[in-house]
Design a protein around this ligand. Structure first.
Ligand code: ZN
Length: 165
């Protein structure tokens, strides 16, 4: 039950982030001496961009910072030249003094991954409930109405007042 609740909460949080990305652009960036890492949550996906400088950056702040923008008027950090598929994207970026790469991961794929656990748990729960109601073996679904101590199909002991683990 705890796993089901936790996985549902995670999924709900993911759906929230996904929805928000259409009206707010969230930007997290980490400045280091030799480059920057930028995480952009925008229009249904997360873009991770890293850039390395050929010359160490001497000025400016270091460490993680956060910014948020209105979605309207924000241009996509990935151009159309790179590889893209179903919202996934990859693109190397370079200029005279910088080189880097950008990945995009669509939120639908993360939501699908996070939905696997709760869906499997729910299916299992419904199946066990049905088997208990119909007096079927909880393990294999064999009809136990004429069996006393053990399932003749899979050998599982039949216990009175059995509950879901
Ligand atoms: Zn059985």
């Amino acid at each position: 039950m705890l796993v089901l609740v936790a996985s549902l909460l995670l999924l709900a949080a993911m759906l929230g982030v996904w929805a928000r990305s259409y009206w707010r652009i969230d930007l997290f960036y980490n400045s280091e001496r030799r480059g920057i890492t930028v995480l952009v949550s925008s229009r249904g996906r997360l873009v991770i961009e890293t850039q390395q400088s050929n010359n160490p950056i001497r000025e400016g702040p270091r460490g993680w910072e956060r910014a948020a923008y209105n979605a309207a008027g924000y241009s996509d950090p990935l151009s159309v030249s790179g590889w893209r598929f179903l919202g996934f994207a990859y693109e190397p970026t370079a200029s005279e003094s910088w080189w880097g790469r950008a990945f995009a991961v669509p939120y639908w794929s993360l939501a699908a991954l996070l939905a696997i656990v709760p869906i499997r748990r729910l299916v299992r729960r419904l199946r066990l409930r049905r088997r208990r109601r119909l007096s079927l073996c909880l393990n294999c679904g064999f009809d136990l109405r004429c069996s006393a101590a053990r399932c003749p199909e899979c050998g599982r002991p039949v216990l009175a007042g059995e509950d879901t683990p």
